[in-house]
Design a protein around this ligand. Structure first.
Ligand code: ADP
Length: 627
């Protein structure tokens, strides 16, 4: 039996989910199962009372050879007392049914609470784990699929523990209590009462095998529907701008139709199952009734009380057998869902990854001396950096120029320890980066991505994400340095203006500048700008660079705009993962190589129009340079 458990082994390590035979909620689950057994036992007392009242109290038949019945009647003072006070039976039936209800309620409540807590803990574990797995995993995994694992898969397991586990306990208790009881009441009629059971069990099993396949198809169709929906919503602008709405609507229609067909098929299967199993139940009940009415047919003589008790027991017994088809199908679904959850949790975290994990513990003072020594790196089979060596003195500003795909971003990601070199060494102030605590290293980097992500929160929250304790003045200073303070001040809500879905829509350049302010707020000794000024016009770009120069952080600046790099201390020109030119901008211009050619090409644009953004340059300068 699988029980999902979320646990945190050490507060600073990765939360784990374990398939374990017990969870922290085990006492509650046990209580729920115990309450189910007790409720079932109470349910069985009612047919027994009816049998005793009809047969022994009213018709004068001997008491059934069931010890608990005989003891209860003698405790009452004999069958005559019951015969003269039939109200006792009515009160007993009412009280025992109320007890059945009470224990059923407790069982339902405890199992629901335990399953819900378990699910919450599993969701926490999954979320915590996903925060710590490598970027390579995030790059390859589908977001939609991960979301499904964190939500509906967890819910499938939750439902199983909340509902079906109790059904299993109830079915076991029913069979264990009902069969001896029936044999005690009338062995001959018991044989008649179970005649249809093999057919019912076989049919249930067949349904289980069939419905599993349909459930899987239904899940897949639903997954496809969500994937298409997610993709369309993400790409809505592209679809609109290309006027592709009708085509995309048709595509959505197809997957929607497929989902409907699969669901209809599932519903038909369920309807057929309930229909046929109802026939089996009715036939079985009919057989008991006929056996009671026509004694010669099955050679059994039955009293009225026993017949009524058998009919009641039959109804109670056949229900869980019918339900077992659904229980087994849900068990199959829950096992698949649990496996999918475990797959995510088994993905090694950055600290456990055999490729990424090093000693990774030291926390040296970081001043910003960066050095690549013969570093090579490949994403799976794609070599990206080849024997790359360079050194950046602390406090200097280094520009990186190169065509798209030449490996510039990879250099930055390696400094953030999102990937580690496969060959060679990266040194930070003389210390091998793989021996530095990953989070420590990242805390000392202000890393701005080319396409920065802003959360749907206020601008203030987005900036102070880097340092939640930052004072108002510090946030404003960072925004000023990123040349975005004036823009923010123009919004009626100022820094409290929400961005994103329920707030203002910022332009690409404004988003980049907010992200730069966020990085500057960290006041870190190393700043990494991955083409982060690409959507900013020349004048603003110059203002930001001016502000950067006044800081003494080591700054790595990827840019396609040579004017952005002209005031750096050193420029690295990267081509196909190797450095093909290196030197100060002045030296490179004199050398007349790639940097100088790009500079000349862009000069015309620069003088003609200062409103150009870096993205504009990329389209024309590199295209020209590559020819
Ligand atoms: P640049 O920043 O110069 O455009 P990148 O460092 O982003 O270059 O990418 C270098 C090469 O590595 C490209 O060919 C790109 O397709 C590939 N690449 C980048 N990230 C990944 C990844 N996560 N998995 C596989 N290949 C990647």
């Amino acid at each position: 039996m699988l029980i999902l458990r979320g646990s945190r082994e050490r507060s600073d390590t990765i939360p784990r989910l374990t398939c374990w035979k017990a969870s922290t909620e085990w006492p509650r689950f046990t209580g729920a199962l115990g309450a189910t057994l007790v409720a079932t036992a109470f349910a069985f007392t009612v047919p027994l009372i009816v049998q005793v009242v009809l047969d022994s109290a009213l018709l004068g038949e001997p008491l059934p050879p069931i010890r608990i019945v005989q003891r209860s009647i003698s405790a009452l003072g004999g069958i005559t007392v019951l015969r003269n006070n039939l109200w006792i039976a009515a009160v007993l039936i009412t009280v025992l049914t109320a007890c059945n209800g009470l224990f059923s309620y407790l069982a339902g409540r405890w199992s629901a609470v335990a399953a819900e807590r378990n699910a919450r803990s599993v969701r926490d574990s999954l979320y915590g784990h996903l925060q710590n797995v490598s970027m390579a995993y995030h790059g390859s995994a589908s977001t939609g699929d991960l979301m499904q694992r964190c939500t509906s898969d967890v819910d499938t397991v939750r439902k199983f523990y909340s509902i079906q586990l109790r059904e299993i306990a109830r079915a076991i208790a029913m069979v264990m209590l009902a069969i001896p009881l029936m044999i005690g009441l009338h062995p001959g009629l018991t044989v008649v009462a179970v005649l249809c059971y093999p057919a019912a069990i076989l049919y249930t099993w067949r349904f289980f095998l069939k419905v599993q396949v349909t459930f899987k198809a239904s899940d897949e169709a639903e997954g496809e529907l969500s994937a298409v929906l997610q993709e369309h919503l993400n790409g809505v602008r592209v679809i609109r701008s290309l006027a592709r709405e009708p085509r995309e609507v048709r595509r959505f229609s197809q997957v929607n139709d497929n989902y409907r067909d699969v669901t209809m098929h599932l519903l038909r299967e369920l309807a057929r199952y309930w229909g046929i199993s109802t026939v089996i139940v009715t036939v079985q009940t009919g057989l008991v009734l006929v056996a009671g009415i026509i004694p010669d047919l099955f050679a059994v003589r039955v009293t009225v009380g026993t017949l009524v008790a058998f009919l009641m027991l039959e109804q109670m017994l056949l229900w869980p057998i019918r339900q077992m088809g659904m229980v087994l199908a849900d068990l199959g679904k829950a096992r698949v869902a649990a496996r999918r959850i475990e797959e995510v949790l088994r993905v090694p975290t950055e600290d456990e990854d055999p490729v990424l994990a090093g000693p990774g513990l030291s926390r040296p003072e970081i001043r910003g001396h960066l050095e690549f020594r013969h570093v090579s790196f490949a994403y799976e089979d794609t070599p990206v950096l080849r024997d790359m060596s360079f050194s950046v003195p602390p406090g200097s500003t280094v520009g990186i120029l190169g065509a798209t795909g030449s490996g510039k971003t990879t250099i930055m990601m390696m400094l953030a320890r999102l990937f580690d070199p496969q060959e060679g060494t990266i040194l930070v102030d003389g210390v091998d980066i793989t021996t530095i605590d990953r989070r420590w290293m990242r805390r000392h980097l202000g890393y701005v991505l080319q396409e920065p992500f802003l959360f749907a929160r206020t601008i203030r929250e987005n900036i102070s994400l880097a340092r939640s304790s930052a004072e108002e003045a510090e946030i404003i200073a960072a925004a000023r340095a990123a040349a975005v303070h004036d823009v923010i001040s123009e919004f009626s809500g100022g820094y409290d203006t929400a961005v994103g879905e329920r707030g203002v829509t910022l332009s690409g350049g404004q988003k980049q500048r907010v992200a730069i302010a966020r990085a500057l707020l960290m006041d870190s000794p190393v700043l990494l700008f991955d083409d982060s000024l690409s959507a900013v016009d020349n004048r603003t770009d110059a203002r930001i660079r001016e502000a950067l120069l006044s800081r003494d952080a080591t700054t790595l600046l990827i840019s396609h705009r040579t004017t952005s790099l002209i005031r750096t201390d050193l420029v690295l020109v990267v081509k196909d993962g190797s450095i093909v030119e290196t030197g100060s901008p002045r030296e490179l211009l004199q050398r007349g190589g790639e940097f100088a050619r790009t500079w000349e090409l862009q000069q015309g644009d620069y003088h003609a129009d200062n409103g150009y953004t870096n993205d504009d340059y990329r389209h024309n300068a590199y295209a020209a340079n590559q020819r």
